[in-house]
Ligand binder design. Structure first.
Ligand code: KDG
Length: 324
């Protein structure tokens, strides 16, 4: 098994994005992509030169093989992926109404990934890893997935591998009233908590990062990062108590916001693990997030390391984990 820098676990899906705007009942052509929060995050890291380990399951169907092919194309290792002969690969559709965020329709109940179990997790995969990353999507896929997620969190903690967590609340998958109960064990286990303002309010009753940070730091995390979309992001560190703001990066073309949050997480985690200053972590995170919005797919727009160097986004005098 290769050594991974970051290990994550979640459901990849085939995404069909509508080619034309309007309710899906009137859309007759779609574009096929691969997607899934942890899948996107893994691609974001791999494009920056890290080695993510992505634990998942796909069906032994055309879509499962498509996901595997996309992983290989992005340089992701596939040895932690199980192919399930019985259950199908999950699918989701993206509708574009031009009325705020696109609407999504999931066809994932009973999917191969919803049966992710402890047997799918080789404990050796976290040996030597620098971080385990989770989103709150995995624990709400099924009770089995929730246990698997908790098992992986336990493995990380017993091996002193820090955890980053993004609740990524999907109200189509979880009742608003259950969000706190399901997410808090992951929040408490995390060193790094990344979330948007709506999630901050759901979990901590405020949209203000500094106010929330008091409760957050009391629970365990050492770093709170709040994503504010077009208003950039704020990071608060428990060590200094200081809030550092990072401006949003304004792309010259905006197509679709889905995937921006996962790209942001990948950019921030990359800088964090490289020991960069918070300003630089936020700058990279905002940039990767912005790149996601320039295309219809979730991750295809994420930047490659050489592009960051070419446009001078690489912090002066800093090296990344890869030493490039
Ligand atoms: O963050 C992007 C994800 O929302 C998308 O890829 C689909 O994983 C997904 C989900 O569960 O919503």
């Amino acid at each position: 098994m290769p050594d991974y820098d970051v290990v994550t676990c979640g459901e990849p899906m085939v995404l069909f994005s509508a080619d034309t705007a309007g309710p899906l009942r009137h859309v007759s052509s779609f574009r096929k992509h691969a997607a899934g929060a942890e899948f996107n995050f893994s691609v974001g890291l791999a494009r920056l030169g890290l080695r993510p380990g992505y634990i998942t399951r796909v069906g032994d169907d055309e879509f499962g093989h498509y996901i595997l092919a996309c992983m290989r194309m992005e340089g992701l290792d596939t040895s932690l992926v199980r192919v399930d002969p019985e259950r199908p690969t999950g699918v989701y559709f993206k509708e574009c109404r031009g009325l705020g965020d696109p609407r999504v329709y999931y066809y994932r109940r009973g999917s191969a990934a919803s049966a992710l179990s402890q047997e799918d997790v080789d404990p050796a995969c976290v040996e030597g890893a620098r971080l385990v990353h989770f989103t709150g999507i995995t624990p709400v896929l099924s009770p089995l997935c929730r246990n698997t997620a908790l098992y992986l969190v336990g493995l990380a903690s017993s091996r002193r591998v820090p955890l980053s967590f993004d609740p990524n609340v999907r109200l189509r998958l979880i009742d608003r009233n259950r969000v706190r109960e399901v997410m808090m064990p992951f929040v408490a286990a995390a060193e790094l908590l990344l979330l948007n303002e709506a999630e901050l309010e759901l979990l901590f009753g405020t949209r203000d990062p500094v106010t929330a940070s008091r409760e957050v730091f009391g629970m365990g995390p050492q770093m709170l990062v709040v994503k504010r979309g077009a208003r950039g992001a704020v990071a608060v560190s428990a060590r200094t108590g200081e809030a550092v703001e990072g401006e949003a990066y304004c792309p010259s073309r905006f197509v679709d916001p889905v995937g921006a949050g996962d790209g942001f997480d990948a950019g921030f985690v990359f800088g964090y693990l490289s020991g960069w200053a918070l300003e630089d972590c936020l700058r990279l995170a905002n940039f990767v997030g912005a790149c996601a919005t320039t295309v219809m797919g979730d991750y295809e727009g994420y930047p490659f390391l050489w592009e960051l160097e070419a446009i001078g986004l690489w912090p002066r005098g800093r090296v990344g984990l890869t030493g490039s």
